[in-house]
Design a protein around this ligand. Structure first.
Ligand SMILES: [Zn+2]
Length: 355
């Protein structure tokens, strides 16, 4: 059974009054379970375990899912791997201050897209902090310097991993180590088997289900980015555009679709760049097979559009962004069920009747 969240629960979040800044800053280290809080009024990923009355139901799975493939309006799947802000209860405590861990959080991205989607397509969201284990890195992107003993499986450290941002973070921010002692192999292996592998398996199942029903699938991998890169980023110090759409330089999605997505987002007035400074990560690499009608596109949204980056609270731009993303989704749904899909490489069929 998959944990489900009724999209209506997101509305509840805004009638619950609490100081987001205070709630964001306290209890990050060592207070939250990795288990998702299905049907929580706190929304996907905003659960600090400190909001009374929010987050009652629990599941043993490290993700939450809103929407289902068999009710999707169009061949779409969304995922948000970095929008969980809590550190797991019982997880090896990080030496980094909470404020540093918060900067790695794709704040409110799950809620942004869930509100924009209104249940029109499935949205998978991780319930583990991206600094704990990063679903958007290769399973082998492990820095041996983090470990007390050699890693028993192949190691393939990426350029990001060499800068401290691999599967398991070495640095929360430049010069801010994540841990003050080496991690055990068992610790890291546990993170993979409890969080990383199930997340990817669930996303693969969603993509498979949508592909089986529609004959194709467009997977949108949802992120946010700081308005300016830091010393751990390739574009250190540079101001970023409003959005970055990426497809591993044409490898994870049909280039026509990628241009269409960028143009659709740009039609709302946003400055959109393609494949720079982000090219796409492990999620689009794993789940994008454009020759088989499986298109994966990463979208990064500039946090300054919708939140105060210092205080980690939403500002007035949030509502406009939800509306604009909703319009984008509407255009995408209409396009994929009409004139857009036939222009992509794979054949498109009408949805099969629900069983
Ligand atoms: Zn992200």
């Amino acid at each position: 059974m998959l944990p489900m969240i009724d999209p209506k629960c997101f509305v509840m979040h805004y009638v619950v009054s609490f100081d987001e800044t205070n709630e964001s800053m306290k209890h990050l280290n060592g207070t939250a379970d990795i288990t998702p809080k299905a049907n929580s009024g706190s929304g996907l990923g905003s659960n600090l375990g400190a909001n009374p009355g929010l987050g009652q139901a629990r599941s043993s799975q490290p993700f939450v899912l809103s929407g289902q493939p068999n009710t999707a309006e169009a061949p779409l799947v969304f995922d948000s791997p970095h929008s969980w802000r809590s550190w797991p209860a019982g997880g090896t405590r990080s030496a980094a201050p909470d404020i540093a861990l918060m900067s790695g959080w794709d704040a409110y991205v799950d809620e942004l897209w869930a509100e924009a989607l209104e249940g029109r397509a499935p949205l998978l969201a991780a319930c583990f902090h991206r600094c704990y284990i990063d679903a958007n890195r290769s399973r082998n992107d492990i820095d041996p310097a983090l470990l007390s003993t050699p890693w028993p499986e192949p190691v393939d450290l990426s350029p990001a991993g060499q800068r401290g941002m691999g599967l398991i973070r070495r640095f929360a921010l430049p010069g801010v180590p994540m841990y003050d002692a080496p991690l055990t192999v068992d610790d890291v292996m546990g993170r993979i088997t409890r969080c990383y592998d199930p997340y990817h398996a669930q996303l693969a199942a969603l993509v498979d289900a949508v592909h089986a029903r529609f004959g194709m699938c467009v997977h949108i991998d949802c992120h946010s980015m700081k308005s300016k890169g830091n010393a751990m980023n390739e574009d250190s110090g540079a101001a970023r555009p409003d959005m970055v759409v990426s497809d591993l330089e044409g490898q994870s999605a049909d280039p026509f679709l990628v241009r269409w997505v960028a143009a659709s987002l740009g039609s709302s007035g946003y400055r959109v760049q393609v494949n720079h400074p982000y090219r796409g990560g492990e999620l689009v690499r794993r789940h994008g097979r454009p020759a088989s009608g499986r298109h994966s596109i990463q979208i990064e949204i500039n946090r300054a559009l919708y939140m105060d980056e210092q205080r980690f609270v939403r500002h007035g731009g949030y509502g406009r962004l939800v509306r604009d993303l909703g319009r984008f989704i509407e255009q995408l749904c209409n396009g994929l069920t009409a004139d857009l899909a036939p222009r992509l490489g794979a054949p498109f069929s009408s949805p099969k009747p629900q069983e």
